[in-house]
Structures are given as C-alpha cells and as structure tokens.
Design a protein around this ligand. Sequence first.
Ligand code: HEC
Length: 153
Amino acid sequence: MMTAGRIPVVGAVVVVAAVVVTLGGRPSVAATQARTVWDGVYTAEQAARGAPLYAWSCAECHGSDLTGGEMAPGLAGSEFAWNWNGLSVGDLFERVRISMPQGVPGSVSRQEKADILAFMFARSGFPAGETELASRTAMLAGISVLAEAPTPR
Ligand code: HEC
C-alpha cells in the first residue's frame, strides 16, 4: 500500500531532476550525488591498466583472483561489496590511499590506485563506462558503493 503511494513521488523527483539537468546545462548536485558504482564510473581501458598493477602490488596478500588470502580480505565480489555497501568510493579510495599496500602505502601512486580500483570494480561486475575513475578523493565522494544494482530509474 505504501509502495503504491510512493511511485508517483519517485516519478516526480526524477522528472524534476531531469528538468534541472536540462535547464541548468550541467548535472545538478542531486544528480551527482545519486551516482553509484552501477553507473559506469570507470573505463574498460583503465581496468586493464589496473590489472598488472594489482598483480604487482596487491595480489601477494589479497590473492591473484581477488578472493583474499590468509590475513587479507577479498577485494571483489559480493562479500566485498556488502562490506562497503552505502559508503562512498571516496571512502574506499582513502582507505587504499592511506593504508595499502600494507606497510608501504607510498609505493603506489594515486593514479595507480584509481586504476587498481577500476580493476577491482570490473571484477565485482560493476559496468564500465565512458569516464575514468578519478584519482581525487573529492571527485569520488559523490559515488556510492551499492552491493546490488538499483532498480532502473
Ligand atoms: C602485505 C599484505 C597486503 C598488501 C600487499 C595489500 N594489502 Fe590490502 N589489506 C591487507 C590486510 C591484512 C587487510 C586487512 C587488515 C587491515 O585492514 O589492515 C587489508 C585490507 C584492505 C582493504 C579493506 C578491505 C575491506 O573490505 O575492509 C582494502 C580495500 C585493501 N586492503 C586494498 C588493497 C590494495 C588495493 C592493495 C594494493 C595496492 C593492497 N590492499 C595491498 C594486506 C595487504
């Protein structure tokens, strides 16, 4: 009963957002914040760049198939995604930027870490898109990690 009553409201919000985007000529803040890992937030080429970087800097502990090792958790798939569900890609990037590779976080550059995240996202089944994942935390703060694809808007 509640659900039936809410459908028109959701529809109206989408229409308003679309009008704001159209009239404003640039994405509204609301539209930016609503982006998720299901919106194509990295490119296939970037993920391909990230693969050897991951193998070199992360696989030793997190496993060559990203499923984790003795101490380190997996970095792809549903358990990983649920761990980060609702948090932002900025939070995830900061986690890696500050603390990974464990013990030597400065050994991998910001750009390389963004490429590694793209590779992790590809392995989690998040779709590739037209724009590369940025290496600036502020630009990643508006993208949410969602373990499950949202229902089509
Ligand atoms: C020397 C081993 C080691 C290496 C190399 C390493 N990690 Fe880790 N990583 C760990 C351990 C152990 C944990 C869990 C304990 C902790 O949080 O520090 C972890 C945790 C993480 C987490 C948090 C996972 C979660 O869901 O909570 C992320 C993300 C991560 N690592 C990414 C990376 C990336 C990306 C690289 C390569 C750039 C990397 N790690 C390299 C050992 C390592």
